[in-house]
Design a binder for this molecule. Structure first.
Ligand SMILES: Nc1ncnc2c1ncn2[C@@H]1O[C@H](COP(=O)(O)OP(=O)(O)OP(=O)(O)O)[C@@H](O)[C@H]1O
Length: 535
């Protein structure tokens, strides 16, 4: 479903007129409630003075009208508020889904996708219904009540205005406190998640070496630390809530003392002001969601701002890669890659050699845009690599994921409309001979290590990208069989090939060899001799 840019921009914001209508209805409902409280208080105290019944008739009628209005307006406000938000959410969810769809494999994990599609979009609902609308309603109700109090007593109105301003400021420290607490807790949360994953995925080794109790205790200690931090934050939040109640009581008492009006009117104003704070004070608790909501909105905007991936019927670019003085440094570590400059016109064959830990995989990850260089830059067909069409650069990585489905579906990831004939041809090239209907098990556990590797290789062959990256693709196979498979894969490859290997013999016929040592190119890059089975 394609939209014109103007149409897309139009849908970027909530429908403002509908939102204002919802805010006015909500403010009407709250003001009816406050008027009901005030009128009822006036009626009780005035009735105690035993006036003629006619003096009470209007108030009796007003109580009924306000009671009906409050219920009716509340119902209308819920309808209007939810209508505006749900309409916007439905539209937004579709657009986020469309924006994520083409990039789901390359850029976001499954959990990340769910977060972006569900929680982040739901945050928009919270932003409007729990924060924006209540804040608008509190403001309208505050102004109206202060004005009404001012008709009876200016000092009392000044006290109400002051109390409201103080109460309206409380959400800010609450939001900052929550943001600071969640930022401080983030490393511990990450550590807990990592420890939980290790406890689960590495349980066999932990049990075999008797290290499971210690690992469990270490995870427990991190969880306890998080709980202690959360209790401290809750204590601060309780203090802020108590401060809000104190402001409410002080303002109410000030109105009772400063009002120069009759006792029934003073009672009506006092109770209305007290009830008014019930509209304002919940904003303090609601504002705790503010940092989370802002982060979600940022993520939604980021997804919508991502460059739309070209459609399947569009031709991908030729894939001319250029690396200019590229480096990658992980925090607190020596550079994993430094000073790598390469020019790889379409059809070039580059071999990468180097001892373990020399940066070979890091370089492939840079070429796939999985890792952002910390220095230098990479272009493809003259544009920044980040903007590349995911179909231009792909390949078989050493730790390629095998999805829990069938061989066929794992292969179709590379080419969704491939026929069984094409799938079998790719399998033959990669030396993979399991039936297409064979289940692969979770994480490919139903396949042997070598079968997983060749399945990943068959997937890369099927994708036939303009730039094919191969990270030690036949390392687990016996050398003779591995060489045969590699020769077939190289013969089938039509475009650029970047091959990482520990065996220089596999690079015969390559145009260029880059040898890495400690992340840096070794002084001389050489052309290699004729290739077995290459062009
Ligand atoms: N995410 C990371 N955080 C910190 N250091 C990293 C990270 N990834 C890689 N490194 C470090 O960067 C260096 C290069 O790693 P890389 O995986 O690129 O090496 P390699 O040449 O592919 O090794 P091998 O041949 O063993 O696969 C290593 O010292 C590694 O420890």
């Amino acid at each position: 479903m394609c939209r014109k840019p103007s149409e897309t921009r139009e849908k970027d914001t909530v429908d403002i007129p509908r939102l204002i209508r919802a805010a006015l209805l909500a403010a009407g409902a709250e003001l009816s409630g406050l008027a009901l409280t005030g009128t009822a208080a006036w009626l009780l105290l005035r009735a105690a003075e035993r006036p003629p019944l006619a003096a009470l008739t209007v108030a009796v009628l007003a109580v009924r009208v306000f009671a009906l209005l409050r219920g009716g307006l509340r119902y209308a406000e819920r309808l209007a508020g939810h209508e505006v938000v749900l309409r916007h959410l439905a539209e937004l969810r579709t657009r986020v889904y469309e924006a994520l769809l083409p990039q789901r494999v390359a850029r976001h994990s499954g959990a990340d996708l769910v977060t972006r599609l569900v929680s982040d979009v739901d945050a928009v609902q919270d932003a409007v219904l729990r924060l924006l609308l209540p804040a608008g309603v509190a403001m309208i109700a505050g102004v109206v009540v202060t004005t009404v109090v001012a008709l009876a007593s200016l000092p009392a109105a000044a006290a109400v205005a002051t109390g409201l301003v103080v109460a309206a400021l409380l959400p800010w420290p609450a939001a900052r406190l929550t943001a600071a607490a969640s930022a401080a807790a983030a490393p511990a949360r990450q550590e807990l998640a990592e420890r939980a994953v290790e406890l689960s995925t590495g349980r066999r080794e932990l049990i075999a070496y008797g290290a499971e109790p210690a690992a469990r205790a270490a995870a427990g200690a991190v969880a306890d630390g998080l709980a202690a931090r959360s209790r401290r934050t809750s204590a601060w939040m309780a203090a802020l809530t108590a401060a809000g109640v104190l402001v409410q009581l002080a303002t109410t008492a000030a109105v009772a003392l400063l009002s120069a009006a009759s006792v029934p009117v003073t009672a009506a104003l006092t109770l209305s002001v007290m009830a008014l704070f019930e509209v304002v004070l919940p904003l303090t608790a609601a504002s705790r969601r503010l940092p989370e909501v802002r982060a979600s909105l940022r993520r939604v905007r980021a997804v919508l701002g991502e460059r739309p991936t070209p459609r399947e019927d569009e031709e991908p670019g030729p894939g001319h890669l250029r690396l200019h003085d590229v480096g990658v440094t992980h925090p607190g570590r020596p550079p994993a890659l430094a000073g790598v400059s390469l020019d790889l016109p379409p059809g070039r064959r580059l071999g990468i050699l180097g001892p373990s830990g020399s940066g070979k995989t890091t370089l492939l990850h840079v070429l796939l845009a999985f890792v952002e260089p910390t220095s230098g830059h990479v272009t493809i067909d003259g544009r920044p690599l980040r903007e590349h069409d995911a179909r231009v650069v792909s390949g078989a990585l050493a730790d390629a994921h095998v999805f829990h489905t069938t061989v066929r579906e794992n292969l179709r990831l590379a080419k969704p409309r491939a026929t069984d004939g094409e799938l079998l041809e790719a399998c033959a090239t990669a030396g993979f001979d399991l039936p297409l209907d064979r289940g692969t098990g979770p994480d490919g556990a139903a396949l042997s290590g070598g079968q997983r590797q060749r399945l990943a290789l068959a997937r890369a062959v099927l994708a036939a990208p303009p730039v094919l990256l191969l990270d030690e693709p036949v390392e687990g196979l016996d050398p003779e069989h591995g060489d045969e498979v590699l020769a077939r894969v190289l013969a089938a490859a039509k475009g650029t090939v970047v091959l990482v290997t520990h065996r220089p013999g596999q690079l015969a016929g390559f145009d260029q060899v880059l040898t890495l040592a400690d992340g840096r190119p070794a002084p001389r890059a050489s052309a290699a001799g004729p290739a077995p089975g290459s062009r």
